[in-house]
Design a protein around this ligand. Structure first.
Ligand SMILES: CC(C)(COP(=O)(O)OP(=O)(O)OC[C@H]1O[C@@H](n2cnc3c(N)ncnc32)[C@H](O)[C@@H]1OP(=O)(O)O)[C@@H](O)C(=O)NCCC(=O)NCCS
Length: 152
């Protein structure tokens, strides 16, 4: 298997991202996008929020995962600006290779000092465990979502 390369994503990369998103949410559809058209719109909106905070993981030139973060997110719960991780996805065929951790580490560096916030589906146990291992703590619940925070 080729080397894992993490690099900043570009607008051109966006074309491939919705399909990877849909594939990666199989089995946890209730937390994903309803269809590919909604996924395209969602991804476009995430990118526009903070284009500098989009990273992709590549193996042999193929995107196998990505992360969208935001350096300027206003958290209603923290009553201040925090760093946010809005989406992270690794293709099922490349899970448990450390790619998720590499993407989170890259985003956290980009987000700089201070807290990092994210929301995860309450039944998405795999992701919750993954975040806890990386130092995030569970906070409030809102509907089917749980807020998690890391203090750096
Ligand atoms: C959550 C997600 C991004 C994690 O990605 P990943 O690339 O599998 O993450 P990592 O490989 O860094 O870590 C996953 C596990 O593999 C283990 N691992 C890491 N490197 C490893 C290696 N070289 N060999 C064996 N295991 C390894 C980690 O310790 C971790 O263990 P855990 O399952 O006990 O938490 C991925 O499961 C995913 O895309 N899920 C669907 C989308 C989703 O839920 N996103 C979050 C929305 S809030």
């Amino acid at each position: 298997m080729g080397e894992i390369v993490i690099r900043r994503g570009t607008r051109k990369d966006l074309a491939k991202i919705p399909e990877i998103l849909m594939e990666s949410y199989k089995g946890i559809e209730e937390y994903g996008e309803e269809n590919i058209d909604k996924a395209r719109k969602y991804i476009e909106d995430l990118y526009e929020e903070d284009p500098e905070c989009f990273f992709v993981a590549e193996i042999d030139g193929e995107i196998v995962g990505f992360i969208f973060c935001n350096r300027f997110w206003y958290s209603k719960f923290e009553h201040s600006r925090v760093g946010a991780i809005h989406e992270i996805v690794v293709l099922p065929s490349h899970r448990h290779e450390g790619i998720g951790k590499l993407l989170i580490d890259t985003a956290i560096k980009e987000l700089g000092a201070g807290k990092v916030e994210l929301w995860v589906g309450e039944k998405n146990e795999k992701a919750i465990k993954f975040y806890e291992k990386l130092g995030f703590e569970k906070k409030e619940t809102a509907g089917k979502w749980i807020r998690m925070v890391m203090r750096k």
